[in-house]
Design a binder for this molecule. Sequence first.
Ligand SMILES: Cc1ncc(C[n+]2csc(CCOP(=O)(O)OP(=O)(O)O)c2C)c(N)n1
Ligand code: SF4
Ligand SMILES: [Mg+2]
Length: 301
Amino acid sequence: MTSVNVAGEVPEVKLTARDFKGLVDPDWCPGCGDFGVINGIQRACAELGLRPHEILTVSGIGCSSNLPGYFNSYGMHTLHGRSLAVATGAKMANHELTVLVTGGDGDGYGIGGNHFTHTARRNVDLTYIVMNNQIYGLTTGQISPTSTFGMKTKSTPFGSVEMPVNPITSAIMNGATFVSRAYSSDIRHLTDTIKKAITHKGFSLVDVFSPCVTFNLDNTHDFFKEHVRKLEDEEHDTSDWKTACEKAMMWGDTIYTGVFFQKKESQDLGDQEPVLEDGPLAFRPLGLSKEQGDRVVRRML
Ligand SMILES: Cc1ncc(C[n+]2csc(CCOP(=O)(O)OP(=O)(O)O)c2C)c(N)n1
Ligand code: SF4
Ligand SMILES: [Mg+2]
């Protein structure tokens, strides 16, 4: 039961990352990068003073997409590749919710690639956190859209003959207004990047290197520890999209993480919808009788 003080107010309680732990423990393989990602999201929400009931977490299908089940907020585990479409609908229905979308590289950049393009161009105010392990983890190790050229996997025993998609340059070109990358084991930097993404008004991408320790034997923790450099440690102008793209395409001795691009003060989709001016649609009267409402609900169940 919620306690109230003598003035009848609910006292302000500071939540910690633990308060965002779900009732179910993750069943990811020991060492999976996704543990670091959920940790970063939990810390970011606590440090921003958010409350679980103010957050909706939406995912698709994959090991990474199981995240909403392990996280304490409203949650939806939707269809493979369809998380952004569902999240856009939810955000438009209640634009006061903080909407987080979580999933994998296969889910978001492969089957969900069209939604990635259109959610970015519409500048929907949500935070998209992609656990990019450069492989299909849940289906036991086939190449994904971010697998490197020549990578040997179960589905490419002689090496991949496809060039990978670059999520950072794609997002910038598609009109995303906040585009960043992080590494799951650098929890402080990951948390700070997620906080910046959540507080940004508009579509925010956090592409996270989150190694699959079971099926991707190329892009390992050791590999990223050796190559990752933070943009924040050098002078980088986040308003310069051309330099952002150049730095995002580097994949050698240096692989950058950090905020590549941000367009501040942009109009998001909600700002353009006059119908939302009077508050969230979710709290408006439907204009239906109880009987009509019950019929609609019955039809949808
Ligand atoms: C429509 C449809 N097609 C294919 C699948 C099979 N499938 C489930 S998860 C997945 C790929 C997941 O890869 P990714 O999004 O990178 O997540 P990870 O497991 O690596 O975290 C595929 C192809 C599915 N569930 N639904
Ligand atoms: S298969 Fe890979 S992505 Fe899936 S839980 Fe295991 S390590 Fe993580
Ligand atoms: Mg994956």
